[in-house]
Design a protein around this ligand. Sequence first.
Ligand code: SF4
Length: 735
Amino acid sequence: PKDADLKWKKAPCRFCGVGCGVLIGLQKGKAVAVKGDPKSSVNKGLCCVKGYHSVLSIYGKDRLTKPLVKKNGKMVETSMKEALDLIASKMQETIKDHGKDAVSMYGSGQWTIPDGYAASKFMKGAIGTNNLEANARLCMASAVTGFMTSFGIDEPMGCYEDIDHADVFILWGNNMAEMHPVLFSRLLDQRMKRKVKIIDFATRTTRTSMAADRSIIFEPQTDLAVANAICYEIIDKGWVNKEFVTKHISFSKGKTKMGYGTEDFYKFKEHEEKIDFDAYKEFLKEYTPEKVARYSGVSVKDIRLMANIYGDPNQKVMSFWCMGMNQHTRGTWINNLVYNIHLLTGKISTPGNSPFSLTGQPSACGTVREVGTLTHKLPHGVVTNKKHREFAAKIWKVPVENIPSKPTYHTVEMFRALDRGEIKFMWIQVTNPMVTMPNLNRYREGCEKTGRFIVVSDIYPTPTTDVADVILPSAMWIEREGLYGNSERRTQYFEKMIDAPGEAISDSWQIIEVARRMGYGDLFPKNEATHAAELYDEYRLHQVGKKHGMAPLEVLKNQPGAMWPFVDGKSTKWRFNAEYDPACDDSKGRFHFYGKKDGKAVIWQRPYEPAAESPNKEYNYWLCTGRVIEHWHTGSMTRRIDVLHQAVPHSYVEVNPDDAKRLNIREGDKVKITSKRGTMTLPASVNGRGVPVKGQVFVPFFDEGYLINDVTLDAFDPISKQPDYKKCAVKIEKV
Ligand code: SF4
């Protein structure tokens, strides 16, 4: 269609956490075109291949349009009324027979802010259970615990504008060219305009490495040691920013006694012992570049190169990371270690000096981290804190006793509890755990056991709807009003632009309808057309003050987003810097890390520890999993877009060319991958877009036809409880 024939409306992109602003072209009640929003400071008019094709994901032939209920072992169509009645009665019956903690809800970083807020209020405020988790536990929980331990407050201090000021970009295990493509194009754009460098520090070569000025490969898990070696070198060479460290930093060491159920984890407070700079320096003696080079695969020269970049006072440095650091059995630690580097050199909270943790999903930050759809969280604060419970109860208009003070299960444990039978009812929205759970066989069996009742809300059939007792058709993205929050603390609004097909309704309205049937109707908005806006307005009451104020809806309707803290009509670009952040107390100096009681950020002493499972004689390869640019997560939407599906029609296993030669594996040959937990056979990719180093293989997880998570390991970080999808031991053989 011609541009002029279309009505264009703004929205954030449906896919990834970059949060590009898009304009949706509408014609005759359908979304027919997409272009980048030139007014968006995120993407400045650009989109990636997923963004440009995003509206096609709405019109797949097999959209779920009617509720389905299992009767005599078969899914049969039913009315929305009957399906919602059944869900409400099943929840009530389960609570009556087995207690409140026998029901659970599992959501997503693709929930809109109103969806997540409705879920939190329903589960924690109305029913009174903390059995609420979201898939973001699997993708960014370590980033949260990294922030909480180092700064006492979540989410990046900087913003995307840092890219326009930095001289060097160091990517820590982050294939940014495929995972955060529009941001990566901003890096490349800077390199065309001025002299900037991109260093790709990773375990395999990818499209990012090919575009980088330098690719440095490390042995899986040794990023911990290399980060310490960089700190050693910075201190040894006298590159510490002494004034900054003296005024704004404290030093700590911790013990990892943070097993499931301990109070400390849920307070995000590790057993912390204060140390001094000399003790920290002493600890680093184990991490000289020479010692670390012996087992990390990184040369002394390359360790010194990175230390030199961070240590040079004349170079502004951004560090970027995402799943490579977060999906790590020591994910919290490696987050802390990268902050250590920036804190030692004072390269933080100023334009261009920015440790930047990226998120994967469009609202992992906005919904999961900010609304707090995790077992230990409340929209403002944590359930273990009496004052926070009182604050939430007052806004929710529920007795404070309703909100339990103890967290229950994190994601992996929630599925284990379902397997054990402690949880009998689970409602899954906007996520596909029967593709994404690690060590998947174990959790699929749990879902299929008798006596479990699973509700799945989604827009297409998936392996997760296969285990459902009730399937609810959901309205997607611009078929309803909503808000997302992206990686740079930016909240973005979108209005309802088109009608959802059939009986599909928004996830938040599904929750409200069930809540009403259970007798909690007075707690929620009454009008479907305005409920999302009403929920957002109520949510804002939780986020008051200079440290976390959110922009009002009227502002967000008229501009491509605003960054919190939103104070006196303005976004805050750089937190903890008194020049930009109104929450800072000027008397503390230029910087004030107000998340910590003493106003100081923490440099943590974190040792190198080996991975939970490493290759041995029998299982002699590392397996790493991840994404490709064309497909969003489990591919349930993007595989229904012809052009994206044709570009990458199925998953594959990347094999190093030397290994392939030795095993007589050629492009397309079937390769069987086996771990102690399961097996998967996939076509080989040799010398494709990604090339693993010898002894490693890589598999994208988007394809439900090749469930690589049958093979992966469900070991997790003891602090964040985030599993490690990047490292386990496998054997490979040509079939
Ligand atoms: Fe959408 Fe992410 Fe692509 Fe931007 S980079 S267009 S947010 S998928």
